[in-house]
Design a binder for this molecule. Structure first.
Ligand SMILES: Cc1ncc(COP(=O)(O)O)c(C=O)c1O
Length: 434
């Protein structure tokens, strides 16, 4: 197989044969080496076609190779601006984001979501003169040293989650700045803010915890966070890298009616091209140089192709029929998935928010926080992924954990029906093993 040859070759020049650690699909035992992608499908180097249920971890909400995004790439090439300069297109994109996202009066762009949270946290620290961060176990905010602590904590270390560094190489002294607590527990937040409020710069969260399978906030929880953070002068930070544009143009802050002080948006924002953004109020954001003193800069911040991709993306998602059509198809999909789980009589939870959902196997109740997600049966999920893959449906594997999946507007009704059929068969294949 060309794939096996390429995998062997790739390991000679790329650590593990991949350009990002999570690109190895452990269920399959190899990365998916893609030759090309189109609409709802990925084609591997051996010419096999897969219906894509990863969609670039949520970046390809428009599907692959959308005509508007291809046109943006051509336009960028014609304009000849590679990087390091702003254009009228940058201004237009920022204006459109300010009009759509409630917490946005000013916008700064980055490429990746990790860069966005990194620079936003620096801003929060500078604005408050405080260093500590409250975050939640099971949430994910990028791979950098400031937030890759206390997130996906092993069960046997949950008694002291803030001490858990998620990668070797993160200096131990940085753990002193992290206070990691359970999601959906307002009393825990109140306790921390009461004790340490004056040292805490920001409380950061995924409004829907997609990185633990899509766990939603309990009714009133986000408003409770809004009230408590305001009381203690802590900046409320919604990391909407994943939640933005999954259900509406206003991100989860619009979906739940709670406006944070600052947010990060990304993934699909560039129409599949690398683009994320930090959004906040004018007073806060104008602390960035050259108005204020906080540095956020970089040669490749907001490359023109990504910015034009962003304008193309917003043009699509602001069409009146975009979300009604997408969400109607998702409602149909979720209703069918719920029915198949009931039919198989298996303990499976499928938390969802708009275009993305998680699959938590082995849990017989709706998950409230990361502890529930830890009950997930990784072995069965890896078997499920393998089974679906053999039938032409690609679910990405995040180390066996419950994470997030979804389809795009490019998935036709027939595509969705095929995915449902394969999911039904795959649940059937593991049903006796719970
Ligand atoms: C909530 C959240 N924040 C930040 C990130 C990091 O984004 P990126 O992968 O673009 O660095 C992710 C990526 O999955 C995410 O889901």
């Amino acid at each position: 197989m060309k794939r096996d040859e390429l995998y062997a070759r790739a390991r000679q020049s790329l650590p593990g044969g991949v350009c990002a650690s999570t690109r190895l699909n452990t269920a399959l035992g190899h990365p998916l080496y893609v030759e090309r992608a189109e609409g709802s499908q990925l084609f591997d180097v051996d010419g096999n076609a897969y219906l894509d249920m990863s969609c670039g971890h949520g970046a390809a909400l428009l599907g692959h190779g959308h005509p508007a995004v291809r046109a943006a790439l051509h336009e960028a090439a014609d304009l000849g601006v590679c990087c390091a300069s702003d254009t009228i297109h940058h201004v237009e994109l920022a204006e459109q984001i300010c009009a759509l996202i409630a917490s946005a009066e000013r916008v700064r762009f980055t490429n990746s979501g990790s860069e966005a949270t990194l620079h936003a946290i620096r801003l929060c620290r500078a604005a408050t003169g405080r260093d500590r961060i409250v975050r939640f176990t099971g949430h994910f905010h990028g791979y950098h040293e400031h937030t890759f602590i206390g997130g996906h904590v092993p069960a046997d270390q949950l008694d002291n989650p803030s001490a858990y560094r998620e990668s070797p190489g993160i200096p131990e002294p940085l753990t002193q700045f992290i206070c990691s607590i359970p999601f959906n527990d307002l009393a825990a937040v109140e306790r921390v803010l009461e004790q340490q409020g004056e040292q805490i710069a920001t409380l950061i969260l995924e409004p829907v915890d997609f990185n633990s399978g899509g766990i939603p906030p309990q009714p009133g929880y986000l408003q409770g966070l809004r009230d408590l953070t305001s009381k203690y002068g802590v900046l409320l930070f919604f990391d909407e890298i994943q939640t933005s544009f999954k259900k509406s143009t206003g991100a989860a802050q619009a979906d739940f009616g709670v406006t944070p002080d600052i947010c990060t948006i990304g993934k699909s924002l560039g129409g599949g091209l690398p683009l994320s953004a930090i959004c906040g109020g004018a007073d806060l954001m104008d602390l960035y140089k050259p108005v204020g003193e906080v540095t956020h800069s970089g040669t490749f911040m907001a490359p023109l192709a990504s910015v034009l991709g962003g304008l193309a993306f917003l043009d699509q998602v602001t069409q009146p029929s975009f979300y009604p059509d997408l969400l109607a198809e998702f409602d149909r999909f979720y209703a069918e998935v719920d029915a198949m789980i009931a039919r198989h009589r298996i303990p499976v939870q499928v938390p969802r928010h708009g275009a993305r959902f998680g699959v938590i196997l082995g849990l017989d109740r709706a998950p409230i926080d990361y502890r529930d997600a830890l009950e997930h049966r990784k072995d069965l999920w890896l078997a499920f992924i393998r089974h679906a893959f053999e039938r032409g449906v690609y679910f990405h594997d995040y180390g066996g954990g419950p994470c997030h999946h979804g389809f795009s507007v490019a998935h036709s009704r027939d595509d969705v029906d095929r995915v449902l059929q394969v999911m039904d068969e795959s649940f059937g294949a593991i049903a006796t093993q719970f």
